[in-house]
Design a protein around this ligand. Sequence first.
Ligand SMILES: [Zn+2]
Length: 157
Amino acid sequence: MDKLWAPWRKQYITKKQPHGCFICRIHASSKDAKHYVLKRSRSSFAVLNLFPYNNGHVMIVPKRHVKSLKQLKDREMLDLMYLMNQVIDRIQTEMKPHGMNVGINLGRVAGAGVPGHLHIHVVPRWSADTNFMPVIAETKVISESLASVYKRLKWNR
Ligand SMILES: [Zn+2]
């Protein structure tokens, strides 16, 4: 295969890509309600997943475009974890799930839909949510609309 000399690629590879990354686009936008941004902290924000695994599926992301935890500064890590904890509390209070899955998919093979921008998933679970529907139909009945979940989970402080 021929190699192309493309020095501008270095910037493309090493710099953040706000135009190609929807998380960066949401961060740059001021329309929080449109993008279902629940809360912004100093260096992170929490946003509803538009393709939720379950009702109340929230992503907690650093504002900076980094792909791994080790690229975060200590204060960013603390801010991210603190916001994650607040989201968990909020979901528990508002939606009263029986449990939650909290996790990070690192890399595309691990299932990360946006492998370039670190994001933590918080997915509330109810004991009855793993019924036959997802297995048979490969679909999941999301019983509450995003707008309604947004209204329940958003807070201003
Ligand atoms: Zn990004």
